[in-house]
Design a protein around this ligand. Structure first.
Ligand code: PNS
Length: 170
């Protein structure tokens, strides 16, 4: 499914987004400036124990990307390449933070290419100020009531606060 030149370029930013951070938002925003349409696709991963439901993660993503007109929020629970065929998307966009991300991302990109060689993975280097940032780090800090205002948008900060009040520190 090679893209015909006059067709819009559709990229997918896949991930768990549990929850979305400023690091994700940086990559989504920059991707939206390169591609005609960016679909942020939340994986409904049964094997992980997420803090937020898929619906909650999507609602937070909707809120923080509301000003970016060519971004769409969706979810998937299939192989990524199958989901992409369904969406007529050609490019996977991933952020790379540090060398430690490289091995895992190389593996994923290689498997996806093996599964469907028409789909390309593009990597963007995370902006320096977010090179240490991950959803896991945010959750660790928020769980103990630490400040996460520099790490996630305000709606996400509030959602984290509410969630830990609701479920306790676990
Ligand atoms: O934010 P994450 O958890 O690092 O995102 C990982 C994600 C969702 C990109 C990856 O797990 C994925 O694409 N899963 C879907 C299943 C799939 O297609 N696997 C094939 C590559 S091994």
């Amino acid at each position: 499914m090679k893209r015909i030149k006059h067709e819009p370029s559709v990229a997918v930013c896949p991930g768990s987004f549990d929850p979305v951070t400023y690091g994700h938002l940086d990559i989504i925003t920059r991707a939206s400036e390169v591609f005609d349409k960016v679909i942020v696709a939340v994986l409904n991963n049964m094997s992980k124990q997420p803090l937020f439901s898929v619906q909650e993660r999507m609602a937070l993503l909707q809120d923080v990307t509301r000003d970016i007109k060519n971004v769409e929020i969706d979810h998937f629970d299939d192989l990524l390449v199958n989901y992409m065929m369904e969406k007529k998307a050609h490019v996977i966009v991933k952020g790379l933070r540090a060398v430690s991300d490289f091995e895992y991302e190389l593996q994923m990109a290689s498997v996806n290419r093996k599964l469907n060689e028409q789909i390309e993975t593009f990597f963007m280097m995370s902006s320096n100020q977010y090179s240490y940032l991950s959803s896991s780090v945010v959750k660790q800090v928020a769980r103990f009531g630490g400040p996460v205002g520099d790490l996630v948008p305000e709606t996400v900060e509030e959602a984290l606060r509410r969630k830990y009040v609701e479920i306790g520190r676990g």
